[in-house]
Design a binder for this molecule. Structure first.
Ligand code: FE2
Length: 336
């Protein structure tokens, strides 16, 4: 993994798994896959939750949300068997679920040590582990399936009050060295006035194109771009899906200054196979640099798991949002 930064020299937190930790986790993933055959088996989900609750020692120490203001850390050393998982599929729906299952289960174990993994019913058929790879026909669309364009910095699923608090991005393959971009709100330098303006609920954020039925979305709800958590400033930001040009001039100007600041503090993170980025979705926006996809089975392939952390409250006003008719399924749904 390499890191470049437009502005600072602060290094990113890196946690390296020991051989024992890597082997233990891999064995858990393969054993669960062989025993239960898939996540449609409720006992598989129950076992993940129970195992994660009892894992201690090195893994417990290394698998936790990032500390400090960078909002991102990388755990290096997840076992990736590139032969076993197969070639990069041409689209998420074509991923061989059985071949990926041991790795997916490892990711869900890690995610369950942080909080509650979940999937969106309207995205990738509700899968708890999403696959991110370039898809033909989506080269210039602002989603993770794009390639030729800069994927603009954004909060993951910013439109929804149940968006992840933290998410995992694991790298299966990245021969091209395509960089993920990350920017922390804590690295920006904004005036008190800009923070006050951007903390007003002024404009909505709409779902991206990977979510279905616009008819059911209901009325857009204005939300604040910036908000305070107990440990400092947080954001909810997705300019490509925000009609910010319709806001008042003061808001527009502050929003543009925020965008320039996020660009100024942006870092480039090149994940390597076996790297797992743990991203604080309230502190950091992420994106991806443009690249030319080959569509020959060797393209960049990431896996993503969304994690909810109920002990991290957000603004109370979010409780009244309808979430544009998008529902989540939690890993341990059957347990609740
Ligand atoms: Fe994203």
């Amino acid at each position: 993994m390499s890191i470049a930064t437009n502005s600072g020299t602060r290094s990113l937190e890196m946690r390296i798994l020991s051989t024992n930790g890597r082997v233990f986790l891999h064995q858990l993933g393969t054993t669960l896959a062989a025993a239960y055959g898939g996540l449609s088996n409720p006992r598989c989900r129950q076992s993940i939750a129970a195992l994660a609750a009892n894992i201690d020692g090195e893994l417990r120490e290394k698998i936790r949300p990032p500390t400090g203001d960078s909002g991102v850390c990388v755990v290096r050393g997840l076992h990736i068997d590139e032969q076993a998982v197969g070639r990069t599929a041409p689209i998420w729906a074509a991923v061989d679920g059985a071949a990926s299952l041991p790795l997916d289960l490892q990711m869900l174990l890690l995610a369950s040590m942080i909080g509650e993994p979940f999937g969106w019913q309207g995205q990738q058929e509700g899968r708890l582990v999403n696959n991110v790879m370039p898809a033909k026909g989506y080269e210039t669309v602002q989603t993770g399936a794009s390639s030729e364009i800069l994927l603009s910095p954004h909060t993951e699923d910013a439109f929804h009050p149940h968006r992840s608090h933290v998410f995992l991005l694991a790298c299966v393959r990245n021969f091209e060295g395509v960089a993920t971009t990350i920017s922390s709100i804590r690295d920006t330098e904004l005036s008190d006035s800009d923070i006050e303006i951007l903390s007003r609920p002024t404009i909505p954020i709409l779902p991206d194109l990977t979510y279905g039925d616009l008819e059911k979305w209901g009325d857009p709800v204005p939300i604040p771009t910036l908000w305070e958590r107990s440990d400092g400033l947080c954001m909810r930001y997705d300019p490509d899906y925000t009609p910010w040009a319709e806001a008042d001039p003061d808001y527009r100007a502050a929003y543009e200054r925020l965008g320039r600041e996020l660009e100024r503090v942006s870092r480039r993170l090149v994940l390597e196979p076996g790297d797992v980025a743990i991203v604080d979705n309230d502190m950091v926006v992420h994106g991806r640099v443009p690249f030319t996809a080959r569509f020959d089975g060797t393209d960049r392939w990431l896996k993503r798991v969304n994690i909810s952390m109920p002990d991290r409250p957000r603004p109370v006003a979010e409780l009244t949002e309808n979430g544009y008719d998008q529902q989540v399924d939690y890993l341990s749904l059957e347990l609740k």
